[in-house]
Design a protein around this ligand. Sequence first.
Ligand SMILES: *[C@@H]1O[C@H](CO)[C@@H](O)[C@H](O)[C@H]1NC(C)=O
Ligand SMILES: *[C@@H]1O[C@H](CO)[C@@H](O)[C@H](O)[C@H]1NC(C)=O
Ligand SMILES: *[C@@H]1O[C@H](CO)[C@@H](O)[C@H](O)[C@H]1NC(C)=O
Ligand SMILES: *[C@@H]1O[C@H](CO)[C@@H](O)[C@H](O)[C@H]1NC(C)=O
Ligand SMILES: *[C@@H]1O[C@H](CO)[C@@H](O)[C@H](O)[C@H]1NC(C)=O
Ligand SMILES: *[C@@H]1O[C@H](CO)[C@@H](O)[C@H](O)[C@H]1NC(C)=O
Ligand SMILES: *[C@@H]1O[C@H](CO)[C@@H](O)[C@H](O)[C@H]1NC(C)=O
Ligand SMILES: [Fe+2]
Length: 596
Amino acid sequence: MLSFLLLGLSTLIGIVLGLGPGSSSSILSKSGYVLPQFDPNPSERLQEVAVNHAGFLYGPSLIGNSSYFPGGALGRQRVGSDIVAFQENAAFINQSIHDESGAVRERILKAGGFSNLSSYELLYKDVWERSNPIGIAPGYFTNYTQDLHFSMERLSVNPFSTHRLRPGDALPFVPDDATVSKISGASLDSLHRSGRLFLASHSYQARYKLQTGRFAAACDAYFYIHPKTNDFLPLAIKTNVGSNLTYTPLDSDTDWLFAKMMFNSNDFLHSQIFHLANSHAVAEIVYLAALRTLSARHPVRAFLDRIMYQSYAIRPVGNQTLFNPGGFFDQTAAVDQTAVLNFVDQFYPTVAGQFRGNYFVESLESRGLLNCRYGPKLKNFPFAEDASLIINSLRRFVATFVTTYYSSPSFLKDDTEIQNWVVEANTEAKVIDFPPAPLSNTRTLIDILTQMAYLTGVNHHLLNSNAPSYITGLLPFHPSAFFKPLPTSKGVEDITPWLADLEHAMSQVTLQLRFQRPQLPAEHGELVDMFSEGAFNNGTYLPSSVKTAARRFRDDMTRIGTRMDTKGFDDDGLSQGMPYVWKVLDPRKIPYFLSV
Ligand SMILES: *[C@@H]1O[C@H](CO)[C@@H](O)[C@H](O)[C@H]1NC(C)=O
Ligand SMILES: *[C@@H]1O[C@H](CO)[C@@H](O)[C@H](O)[C@H]1NC(C)=O
Ligand SMILES: *[C@@H]1O[C@H](CO)[C@@H](O)[C@H](O)[C@H]1NC(C)=O
Ligand SMILES: *[C@@H]1O[C@H](CO)[C@@H](O)[C@H](O)[C@H]1NC(C)=O
Ligand SMILES: *[C@@H]1O[C@H](CO)[C@@H](O)[C@H](O)[C@H]1NC(C)=O
Ligand SMILES: *[C@@H]1O[C@H](CO)[C@@H](O)[C@H](O)[C@H]1NC(C)=O
Ligand SMILES: *[C@@H]1O[C@H](CO)[C@@H](O)[C@H](O)[C@H]1NC(C)=O
Ligand SMILES: [Fe+2]
């Protein structure tokens, strides 16, 4: 699987140095990666970088206006080889879905279609053994109607759409105070003033174009930390379409469940397109700046070459098969593909494209979810609990890697390639919110590389990869679309008529399965092997400190994964405070790269 990238790399070096591939790899295999100021062949290196600088250019962004996409002769060559690698990786799931769909369809037909909400379980239970070996979240089908299931999804499956309101913040809608007090035991104002009120706003989706016969709301939802129990719970949902209904837990069970499903439909759209404008668009532009400025012999370039495997396939493949008019997205979503472009245009420049603003801690702190000074701590925060273990370990490896090659602070100052990279990122590449040039502190470089590995190895798979088929996109609680006009008054008795029929449900399920790469664990393509010797460096000499750190990283990831195996329900029927078991960030089961 890796041979593709590394073959390309060694050939490129060979061409640039005017050497056969054999001799170039022997230089690297003996001396290892080297900073430019210590390179024994400085003029050849300058020439190599000049060739790359001329060959990788900034082309127009695909799929909305996010970051530049590789252009130029070498850029196009790289995109082409990434697409070949992508197709090789995608073949297994494509074939599995093809082979397994028939039986699923048949059993649902036999059951007479979806006659009630429970019958959607037929889409998932005891099927897709090859396509989805991980299965679906334990507890989901028995517990999804519970409020805690709904609210805790905000703190696990998509932690990027919710923030804690600051005491001075304007409120987008004001539910009736008697209702709020009855639900929470406190007034809206007191929840707000005490930093216990949270908002997830998808009102911007009201502007998106609906497809014929498909319907969606554009919900704003409040959540709150309960004044007595400190549970994180839903308070109210306003639809922002039709007659602008506001729902609360005091409505009938069915009306309230419907409202939660309308919100989930909006939030699923958010999580999927946010990941595109965040994980993909950001990591790709930082790497493009590196391809133009760093020699393949530079340790930072080697690091990025590894984690950015196959990454430039996603936008062109997505443009051609997922977000094209009538493509996979249009087959499942309520809105049409122009909504994707609108979302990217709005979110990339403001939120998703921020480099430092999306550092793990910064992103959570800026939204009041972590280390909040104006409200109480979240009792449970599964995303932070799971991700922080991985990130701490990533950072430890990166710190060793960086300080091994930059063993003196002056090395950074004298490294013209790395300095050019940072200038390039801030100017030509237009990376948003990148650390400023000059880079004077190895700590900043550690931050950058940790974030890059987090984007490719953690953040992407939190939102995409296994996540939609494990929980985030499961019917009936997370419909991609509704198929009847949404209610203009309360009193709905059965939600089933609004939900997907067999054809639409199969489209939703199989699209989500396409994001999986179930064969990768057997091929060492997972996060646990991100830095594994051999794969990470392919025969290039590595200092022993780096090798030791890589082994430790692997051990850490294995331990984190093994501990995830033991997740289950406690005496209250909860796991990390949630009525479902969430194992999406198992480092043994998520790719180390932007796989899809
Ligand atoms: C490692 O590099 C050599 C060339 O030096 C190449 O022939 C080989 O395919 C690469 N191996 C992998 C696993 O990429
Ligand atoms: C894309 O966004 C950039 C930065 O916001 C802006 O300068 C540029 O004009 C936009 N391009 C298009 C085609 O809208
Ligand atoms: C996916 O599988 C179908 C059915 O086996 C096949 O016709 C198609 O060519 C495959 N597509 C890709 C991209 O592998
Ligand atoms: C739901 O429908 C299935 C058939 O799809 C049926 O077997 C089951 O009894 C129904 N459940 C309820 C609660 O009505
Ligand atoms: C819903 O209410 C908001 C203000 O609360 C208003 O801006 C919007 O126009 C209303 N939408 C509809 C469809 O009535
Ligand atoms: C992107 O998709 C559009 C619409 O499907 C198509 O016209 C265009 O050629 C595609 N561009 C690339 C580079 O694939
Ligand atoms: C959630 O579902 C699981 C499995 O069905 C069950 O054991 C657990 O008690 C449920 N939790 C709650 C809070 O109902
Ligand atoms: Fe992706």
